[in-house]
Design a protein around this ligand. Structure first.
Ligand code: ACO
Length: 402
């Protein structure tokens, strides 16, 4: 085999792989993907089976520890998450400092990084501290998310409850109010829990690679998690399900049923695309989309679930799945198409969609951080570049520059 490091040292040879689509940056035992066959497995377990039989907290444990928990371990983990769910009371002042209308992802990234100041980490990490940090992040990200939403609508904060399970607890903090009756719908709780499971890890995507990159410098883990949140924020990553709803809103506002939009998306002179269709890795089907579609159909068929956007979405799906343009290019609905609809049906405001993605992805990020921490050798991420700039130039004094 060619020793690339030696070759590079001897010849200055550097491979160019923009976006690292063809470069393995690490070895990992967490998530397996086969894009052609539509396979996604966490620690060897098929995503379909986990989504059907498991719950998010159990999947988080699986990702973090490598094995499904025994009953007693699951209870211990859930209890630890509940005990870690409150954020330091002084952090509440921070929420008041953000301007009205701040994007909740900006708030989330800032607040998660600031956990490092309230929960300092010793230089030498023992396993008990490591487990407590993980519990803090998995649990507190949900509290911060709900608090940032409450602040954005000017309602009093609802604290986490010791009695409620993870996802129910989150939805309660989001939607309960001292001035309003609020009853959680079981199907919505299940759909959001499934959303979290399906987003919990996806190997070396942009945000996870950012977590590994920041983590490889041995930076504080709260800052490392915040780096993941920042990378996820972008519309080309975590923001895609928000764009699905924005597309549906646009079609509705224009008074169309979707046919015209589909024609536009097929037109090579136009820049518009059918959002929620196609995937960089899954070229036949997105296994997460298949699972979520069933849950989505169940929710949207419930009585009282009327929304013109849902009708447009169904129509787009119907037309695209029969259209040669989409069939020949293997463009199928991806996870974002259905997750956008589910989150809307659950009453989650559009600007919180990526925040929910971050809650789901936190165990995956931390599993990668731990895997890296315990690897035999941690190499700091330091890609090279092909320099295409000027050769040596002489400095000119300012009055001599033409
Ligand atoms: N609508 C219309 N045409 C599309 C779409 C779409 N959504 N997606 C791809 N195409 C077309 C392209 O125009 C291209 O056509 P051509 O061969 O005639 O030039 C062909 O399909 C291949 O497109 P690529 O961009 O090369 O496909 P790629 O695999 O690189 O892109 C991507 C995947 C970025 C997801 C793309 O399908 C897309 O933009 N989809 C819409 C946005 C979206 O839903 N993103 C979420 C992805 S899922 C996730 O991130 C969790």
């Amino acid at each position: 085999a060619i020793d690339i490091s030696k070759l590079r040292a001897e010849t200055g040879y550097i491979t160019l792989d923009e976006g690292y689509g063809n470069t393995g940056a690490c070895e990992s035992a967490i998530t397996y993907i086969d894009g052609d066959k539509g396979i996604l497995r966490y620690r060897g377990y098929a995503i379909e089976e986990l989504a059907e039989k498991s719950r998010f907290v159990e999947v988080a444990y699986l990702l973090l520890h490598g094995e499904l928990p025994k009953a007693e371990q699951l209870l211990q983990f859930s209890t630890r998450l509940n005990e870690s769910s409150i954020i330091h009371e002084d952090m509440h002042h921070f929420f008041n400092g953000f301007p009205r209308g701040s994007h909740p992802m900006g708030i989330l990234a800032t607040m998660v990084a600031s956990l490092s100041t309230f929960y300092p980490i010793p230089d030498e990490l023992d396993s008990a501290t490591e487990i407590q940090i993980v519990a803090n992040l998995v649990s507190q990200v949900r509290t911060i998310a709900a608090f940032s939403y409450k602040k954005s609508i000017g309602e009093p904060l609802i604290y986490p409850s010791y009695k409620l399970k993870y996802t129910r607890n989150f939805l309660n903090m989001m939607f309960a109010s001292p001035v309003r009756d609020y009853e959680l719908d079981e199907d919505i709780v299940r759909a959001i829990d499934m959303f979290f499971i399906l987003h919990a890890d996806h190997e070396q995507n942009c945000s996870t690679s950012s977590v590994r990159t920041a983590g490889s410098s041995m930076a504080n883990v709260y800052a490392v998690a915040s780096a993941g949140i920042c990378a996820l924020w972008g519309p080309r990553h975590g923001g895609a399900n928000q764009q699905v709803i924005q597309m549906l809103e646009q079609i509705h506002a224009d008074g169309g049923d979707g046919t015209e939009f589909i024609n536009q998306a097929k037109d090579k002179n136009s820049t518009s695309r059918l959002m929620g269709f196609g995937h960089r890795v899954y070229k036949n089907f997105d296994p997460r989309a298949q699972v979520l579609k069933q849950q989505c159909d169940k929710l949207l068929n419930k009585s009282g679930m009327t929304d013109p956007l849902f009708d447009i979405a169904r129509r787009l799906e119907e037309i695209a799945l029969k259209d040669d343009y989409f069939i020949s290019r293997k463009l199928y609905p991806n996870v974002d198409f259905y997750s956008g609809l589910i989150l809307r049906a659950a009453g989650i405001p559009t600007n919180m969609f990526t925040v929910l993605f971050a809650i789901g992805r936190m165990p995956g990020w931390l599993a990668h951080w731990r895997e890296m921490l315990h690897a035999k050798q941690v190499t700091i991420t330091r890609p090279r570049q092909i320099y295409v700039g000027e050769t040596l130039r002489r400095y000119q004094d300012v009055d001599q520059r033409s």
